[in-house]
Design a protein around this ligand. Structure first.
Ligand SMILES: [Zn+2]
Length: 496
């Protein structure tokens, strides 16, 4: 079972144990017996180290020979300027024996084969037990998948830029590992953050908008060294007409927590410093701030509707403010347990999507097939103390994570019961259960099988097919990912 006792409770238990051993020892010595014993180690005391580093992966938008195509909202959107730098942000974690790295990239997605290239270099060199690579999924940054290029027949990926991302990722990973230092880790879960700024564009209405935080403070100075923040929303507040490279609202989440919630000369909430790493949760289904979604900025006393950096700031600050307020209100809990373990499962997923097959064959998407039209991907579980962190290789529909899958009669497979049950978080037994999506791959949408709806008539009275299926590998993806993760979670619980 899970250990939820606090550090203080554990310390008491250990003190009691030491007292017991000491008493028994004197009794034995008194009886003329000679034994040797060691002072028991403080059982299960978390003794983690962490290191943070980030490197710029901002593309050069002025190199005429290497145009940068922005990913999202159709093809042929060329980047013309840079609003804020894109980063490869790394967190190295060690328990003294095992160590690994989590890396978040400000890009639309990073594919399994590219992640394998990074792992191949650093895993041995730095003796890493795991390398977990996520994408923030900004739709206002360079295409690294391929489908947003200058035309349907030309990839949007610039090979030179892809190389830069890999080089800078390696640099961030190496620096983060070199900076490993003892930390105290705290966790915090804030419910239903920014519900008024995120829209679910497809039935059923299920969100993944709890903010989950891991806060790493220096053991010696208690200062913030860094933070992992998860929430779920498409970073596309700037929408389809923007040509300035930006990490969208993610920039303001990080900047707000690190440097404070600021409007020109006014600071509403001072920042905590350190390095904030943002990773998205279940953004499928689809979690977004539409170009028509009104967003209320309570400091400006304005309702922002038209896409703008001010609007992206309001969305990002909503999360940053929740985190800073939660910390000042003492809502954090010290991580208990000393586990640091990574389990992953390799999957061979069928590519049923004809468009994806064609795009891969035309080398628009640089993706290899195995055994016919199948592609390799991965799910995993990182356990860090009492926190479970599941990794998902694409854009999960939140109902698979949190429950609420429906079985509309118009669904293509006419299923009367949902397939992907119980919801993933129900099988996770951490005191806090994070799900990192777009992690260790980007395979597109992961749609519940019973909600798969390409053929008329359409569910919920829709006149045309809902959006999602066209950017999914196919209807077998969700059941396979759900099954593999559920197996990992169940095995982890059994091994407690
Ligand atoms: Zn998306």
């Amino acid at each position: 079972m899970f250990r939820s006792s606090s550090f203080v409770q554990r310390l008491k238990e250990v003190t009691k144990l030491s007292g017991f051993v000491a008493t028994s020892f004197s009794a034995l010595v008194g009886a003329g017996l000679s034994i040797s014993w060691q002072q028991p180690a403080i059982a299960n005391e978390p003794s983690f180290s962490a290191g943070f580093a980030r490197e710029s992966i901002t593309p050069d938008v002025n190199d005429a020979k290497h145009p940068i195509w922005i990913a999202g909202f159709g093809q042929k959107r060329q980047a013309r300027s840079v609003h804020d730098n894109l980063f490869a942000s790394a967190i190295a974690i060690s328990d003294g024996t095992r160590r690994g790295v989590m890396l978040a990239l400000d890009v639309i997605g990073f594919m399994y084969n590219d992640i394998a290239d990074i792992r191949e270099v650093v895993q041995k060199e730095l003796n890493l037990d795991f390398v977990i690579v996520s994408s923030t999924h900004t739709h206002e940054g360079p295409d690294l998948i391929g489908i947003w290029g200058p035309s349907f027949f030309k990839t949007g990926v610039d090979a030179q830029y892809l190389q830069l991302v890999k080089q800078q990722s390696l640099k961030a990973i190496r620096t983060a590992v070199a900076r490993l230092e003892p930390v105290r880790i705290q966790r915090m879960e804030l419910t239903n953050v920014g519900a008024d700024v995120v829209v679910d564009t497809r039935m059923p209405q299920v969100f993944d908008n709890n903010v989950r935080v891991l806060h790493f403070r220096g053991s010696n100075d208690n200062q913030t060294k860094g933070m992992l923040v998860t929430w779920a929303n498409h970073p596309e507040v700037l929408w389809n007409a923007n040509t300035a490279i930006t990490s969208d609202f993610v920039h303001y989440v990080r900047d707000g927590i690190e440097n404070g919630i600021r409007y020109d000369a006014t600071t509403l909430h001072p920042g905590l410093g350190g390095q904030v790493v943002y990773i998205n949760g279940a953004v499928g289904g689809l979690m977004t701030t539409l170009d028509s979604t009104p967003v209320v900025d309570s400091f400006l006393h304005q309702t922002l509707v038209t896409p703008s950096f001010e609007k992206a700031r309001t969305v990002g600050y909503r999360v940053a403010d929740a985190v800073l307020t939660g910390i000042s209100n003492g809502q954090e809990t010290d991580l208990s347990g000393s586990t640091l373990s990574w389990t992953s499962k390799s999957l061979l997923l069928p590519v049923d999507n004809i468009k994806f097959r064609a795009a891969a064959l035309l080398k628009i998407i640089r993706r290899k097939f195995e055994a016919g039209f199948k592609t390799r991907s991965e799910v995993g579980l990182l356990r860090l103390g009492d926190t479970w962190i599941g990794t998902i290789p694409g854009e999960l529909y939140p109902e698979i994570a949190n429950g609420g899958i429906e079985t509309p009669a118009e669904g293509d497979f006419k299923l009367s019961t949902p397939v992907e049950v119980p919801p993933l978080r129900q099988s996770m037994k951490g005191q806090m259960n994070m799900l990192l999506c777009l992690t260790n791959d980007q395979i597109g949408y992961i749609v519940p099988r019973s909600q798969w709806d390409e053929k008329a008539p359409f569910a919920y009275g829709e006149k045309s097919a809902p959006y999602g299926e066209e950017n999914s590998l196919g209807p077998n993806t969700a059941p396979m990912i759900h099954k593999a993760l559920t197996e990992i979670f169940t095995a982890a619980e059994t091994n407690e």
